[in-house]
Ligand binder design. Structure first.
Ligand SMILES: [Zn+2]
Length: 560
């Protein structure tokens, strides 16, 4: 058992002792829940109530109603609120989800004292919020009520119609996948999107990478719904967001993997281990998008198959080379400051994502942090788990909850960018200055720690720390790397089964990242004194696990 597991067990034991003590007090008091309120939101309903002294958890019952308000089926417990669910436990809330939006339901809540159920609250009925916009702009997923996901053909047809209907939307094809599918970027602004990538890069921009793992589709559906609202709504929130920033959304980073329902792309490469080496066409197109548009805030949508985790595990850029200002604002601002807090208000349960071991992975969050962007991964828990007992595996109820929780996450990232843009812009500018200074160690593999938050944090177990060992550190750093002409230009056969005509060279990949390179006698020099400094040794040093793009020569004497 790892040390962090022992620590989290200790927290559970302490919580149980506290609960028993509280129960003895509660026995003297009224234990029926009061103050129940239902707030219909986008695909979910926030259920709130007054806490009952001594309650160890709460059960939320949902009953479907007809238009006349009569039950059409028996009520069932759809949600279990537990004390580790949110950071403000004195104001319990639960985002009940999985129902079909736009229908009428009734809720009741009861406290549990250990295994003893207390009396249910008075019921509250509500009409849930229907999907936004005219029905012809609903996706395949919505029309089929989550019976299956939106197909690629449906996506392309829907994309064209949204772009035609809304002057706020410009579609930029980023390129074509190995199997011939298009990777589209939605550029959204009000009253119309800013004309060029260079102008957008110089201003405020935020967005989402919706679907890197083809068999984790809910983020893509959340993105479609967010796009539709941004494109067509005149709600003041939407108009305000789009008047002050450009929103950049890539629904299908891995269109081949989605079409084939595989984690990796058609060459078998996990694209979320390929943001550094960018061996695959999809990764190169996406890197060029980040280079040209430099979004300041991004979310990266996933699903996580741990039934015991929270609704929405988050993870910020944590590679040890990440500039402190960028790491800190991503962690303390975006995730702990905004997403955990908004989750406690709206009823979604956020927690830190446990990374799956030390693998030197060149993931979205690690690499975007090294590109001085404020980002987080978001993992919709793939099944209901013990806190959402109506979900039965990967069924429509579960798919709807996941898609709407992803929509919530994207909306919150955009809202955070809107609220904190000056601080975000400063953190990014400070990060660029930090990197350009090339002062202090560089790290090949190692991470900032991910502490539990708060204590006890919302989540079951904090991820293991990943501080770099001495063999993963180089201090002082080189002032650059040198590649011979041959190394720079040779097309690389890389991992997976990518056809030879799609192989690319280190020079092409450095260009896709936007790494500055100087032509020298016999080759190319890559100076460390540049904004992408934290990424350069990942790309070019032989010591990088699992592998750099190519092993270049470290240069320590730059003739200063
Ligand atoms: Zn994933």
């Amino acid at each position: 058992m790892r040390e962090w597991m022992v620590r989290s067990l200790r927290i559970v034991v302490m919580a149980a002792v506290a609960a028993v003590a509280a129960t003895q007090i509660g026995a003297l008091q009224d234990t029926k829940v009061t103050g129940l309120a239902v707030n219909p939101r986008d695909g979910y309903a926030t259920i709130t109530w007054k806490p009952v002294t001594g309650a160890t958890e709460y059960h939320i019952e949902r009953t479907p109603l007809d238009d006349a308000g009569k039950p059409t089926a028996d009520g069932a417990i759809s949600a279990v609120w537990r004390p580790n669910r949110q950071i403000r436990q004195q104001s319990p809330s639960f985002a009940d989800a999985g129902f079909v939006p736009g229908r009428r339901y009734q809720w009741r809540v009861r406290a549990m004292m250990g295994t003893t159920a207390q009396e249910f609250s008075a019921p509250v009925a509500a009409m849930t919020r229907a999907p936004f916009g005219p029905i012809e702009f609903q996706t395949g997923f919505e029309k089929r009520e989550g019976a299956d996901y939106t197909t690629y053909d449906e996506e392309i047809e829907w994309t064209a119609r949204i772009a035609k209907a809304s002057p706020r939307v410009r579609i930029v094809p980023l390129g074509t996948t190995p199997q011939g599918r298009t990777m589209n970027l939605f550029v959204i602004g009000n009253p119309k999107p800013i004309a060029t990538a260079a102008e957008i890069s110089n201003g405020p921009a935020a967005g989402a990478n919706c679907n890197v793992h083809g068999n984790e589709p809910s983020g893509r559906e959340g993105c479609f719904m967010m796009i539709r609202e941004l494109a067509l709504s005149n709600d003041p929130w939407v108009v305000d967001i789009l008047t002050r920033a450009t929103i950049l959304i890539v629904p299908s980073f891995n269109a081949d993997g989605r079409a084939n329902n595989t984690r990796g792309n058609s060459a078998g490469q996990d694209l979320n281990r390929d943001h550094g080496r960018i061996t695959q066409p999809e990764s190169q197109m996406f890197a060029a998008f980040l280079r040209d548009y430099t979004p300041e805030v991004m979310v990266d949508g996933h699903e996580f198959g741990n039934t015991n985790t929270c609704d929405l595990p988050f993870l910020w850029p944590r590679h040890s080379n990440t500039a402190p200002s960028v790491h800190n604002i991503s962690k303390l601002g975006l995730v702990e400051g905004h997403l955990y807090s908004a989750g406690a208000t709206d009823g979604w349960w956020g927690c830190p994502y446990p990374p799956p071991g030390i693998d030197g992975a060149q993931t979205f969050t690690r690499v975007t942090g090294l590109k001085n962007m404020v980002t987080t991964l978001v993992e919709a828990r793939s099944s209901g788990g013990p806190t959402r007992p109506l979900e039965n595996g990967n069924q429509p109820e579960s798919r709807r909850r996941k898609a709407y929780s992803q929509l919530w996450s994207i909306r919150q990232a955009i809202a955070y960018h809107r609220a904190e843009r000056p601080a975000i812009a400063k953190a990014i500018a400070d990060g660029i200055e930090f990197q350009k200074a090339n002062k202090g160690r560089i790290v090949f593999h190692g991470d900032w720690d991910i502490p539990a938050f708060p204590a006890p944090h919302p989540g079951d177990s904090p991820p293991p720390g990943g501080a770099p060992g001495p063999d993963q550190i180089l201090d002082p750093p080189p002032c650059g790397y040198f590649l011979t002409e041959a190394l720079y230009s040779a097309k690389l056969k890389d991992s997976g089964t990518l056809p030879e005509k799609l192989w690319t060279s280190p020079g092409e990949r450095l260009a896709a990242h936007g790494v500055a390179v100087e032509k020298r006698n016999g080759g190319y020099f890559v100076p460390m004194v540049q904004p992408l400094r934290g990424l350069i040794n990942i790309l070019l040093d032989a010591r990088t696990p699992p592998a750099p793009i190519v092993a270049a020569e470290r240069v320590f004497d730059c003739g200063k």
